[in-house]
Design a protein around this ligand. Sequence first.
Ligand SMILES: C[S@@+](CC[C@H](N)C(=O)[O-])C[C@H]1O[C@@H](n2cnc3c(N)ncnc32)[C@H](O)[C@@H]1O
Length: 287
Amino acid sequence: MTAGTASPTIAGALAAARERLCAVAAGESRLESELLLAEATRRDRAQLIASLQAPLARAQAVRFDALLARRLAHEPLAYILGRREFYGIEIACDRRALIPRPETELLVDLALAELRARGAGLRVVDVGTGSGAIACAIAARAPAARVTAVDASSEALGLARENVGALALDGRVGVRRGELLDGAGVFDAIVANLPYVSEAEWRTLQPEVRDFEPKEALVPGPAGTEAIARLVAHAPAHLAEAGLLALEIGATQAAACAAIARARFPGAVVSVMKDLAGHERVLVVRR
Ligand SMILES: C[S@@+](CC[C@H](N)C(=O)[O-])C[C@H]1O[C@@H](n2cnc3c(N)ncnc32)[C@H](O)[C@@H]1O
């Protein structure tokens, strides 16, 4: 904007940003431009839409340009905004941990259903908690649950602790550093979204994921099933009688993971649940 030129309106800035964002966020360019401009103008999205004809102040335009440049360099929206909604709660996000995904909400559904079926006092562990999203969502919806959140990454745990504090869940979610279930007790429900991407698949991922999210949160080893297999091997000693083990898996891993679970839990009921996109997504073991 040069001296003497009229300030652009919010509507004009949005239209220009949508066009630029098509290159990195084709189907989402409208939503993403609105969320970024809402952030730059310190409004919420509804207020932004109600102000389409308002002028964009110079400082707001500068802030918007900086946010847009980050998104055009493929940084994920959740890292730019510093947050993502998960199971109806706001989870702070940054490069210390994976951004929680909608399909992972299935694990929360399963743990909450288990809680309703078994009554108060359910002991739940979220293994590989990352940002703490799963643990926080369970604790927020189930005040009687005793939730433990474990991760091997001290960076991720720093973020998880911040989320637990921001959501006033201190004292309800215990956060600890650990390798899978080593040194952990016995739980009525073990839930985990561990890394399950193979090395070969990781190389094909979109830059938003491959270049920004922590590789150790995505890739456990060459095959992709290494961490899940190790957890299933350790789980029998940590799962209470009639307990639930629910693990997020890759869309092509159901048969391999079910076979591992049947070998480690003879006599248990092993099943696989699909996500909303129809992909086999969660391995469920009931003792
Ligand atoms: C796919 S991310 C999931 C994060 C979070 N649960 C979510 O759903 O958004 C996997 C997490 O598992 C952790 N992790 C990987 N291997 C682990 C291990 N052997 N023991 C404990 N945590 C591990 C990583 O540090 C990472 O935070």
